[in-house]
Design a protein around this ligand. Structure first.
Ligand code: CA
Length: 269
């Protein structure tokens, strides 16, 4: 009996070491780094608990704000709260894993900067993201993996744009993040093709405005009509006026900082 156990142990160890050789564990760049937040519910639910390496415990989490409100009838839903981590230096990363208590957040964005004191310097990595999965109330819920072309920045923050006021039985919970892990995953960053870049782009004509969302650094924007004439040419801006264009189909061409051209079709109504 002992022999079998020993053999099993050796086999298991052998298997484990092969696994370790094949897959280097990724380093969580945010682990135990300096955390701050817009607010916190209680002393034992401060921002550092979202970066302590304990992802699956309801007891180790940051809670955005006191959901019971200020006592004057105001209820704080935790919307427009933020959770920030200082990586210590500018580090490259392309993946964020988040676990949330009770899954209240239904719209968020991830922002990065090298100067946390300059409000205008924060850049959104993926624009405003709708949270579509349904989590379980009172449990730790892992979000779908958040991946994007690698960025190199020092500060990262999760901005909570919208959260549910009531869920399930009508009990109100404040938004609460159990853990936010930040990784540079080499399996994601190899060879970003123009097709991949194209997928990351969202172009939306909203009335007289062309809204551009992209995870890539873009230098310039061209709008070309179907006869091949350039009708707009300017440095990149996430909002571009198309008020002067007549109704019809146009091509929008973005030149990335790497020189890649991304072309998409839009319709001006
Ligand atoms: Ca935690």
């Amino acid at each position: 009996m002992k022999k079998i156990t020993l053999l099993a142990s050796i086999l298991f160890m052998g298997f484990a070491s092969v696994q370790a050789q094949d897959e280097e564990p990724l380093t969580n760049l945010a682990l135990n780094k300096t955390a701050t937040a817009s607010s916190q519910f209680r002393d034992n639910l401060g921002p550092s608990y979202a970066f302590d390496g304990i992802a699956n415990s309801t007891g180790s989490r940051w809670s955005a704000a006191d959901h019971k409100g200020t006592g004057d009838g105001e209820i704080n839903t935790g919307e427009n709260s933020w959770l920030q981590v200082d990586l210590g230096e500018a580090l490259e990363f392309n993946k964020i894993l988040i676990t949330e208590f009770s899954n209240k957040i239904n719209k968020y964005r991830i922002e990065v900067t090298d100067d946390a004191t300059d409000d205008l310097s924060w850049e959104s990595i993926l624009g405003d993201v709708e949270q579509t999965f349904e989590g379980i109330k009172g449990k730790v819920n892992p979000w779908p993996e958040i991946t994007f072309p690698a960025v190199t920045k020092r500060y990262v923050r999760l901005w909570i744009i919208e959260s549910f006021t009531f869920r399930g039985s009508g009990v109100l919970d404040e938004p609460s993040i159990c853990e936010m892990e930040i990784y540079n995953d080499p399996s994601l960053s190899t060879g970003l093709t123009s097709t991949d870049a194209d997928k990351l782009l969202s172009l939306n004509v909203d009335g007289e405005q062309l809204q551009i969302k992209t995870a890539q650094a873009v230098n310039s924007v061209k709008v070309i009509d179907l006869s091949g004439r350039t009708v707009i040419e300017q440095p990149f801006n996430s909002t571009i006026s198309v008020a002067n264009l007549s109704s019809g189909v146009y091509l929008v061409q973005l030149e990335t900082s790497e020189g890649t051209l991304i072309t998409r079709k839009i319709v001006k109504k």
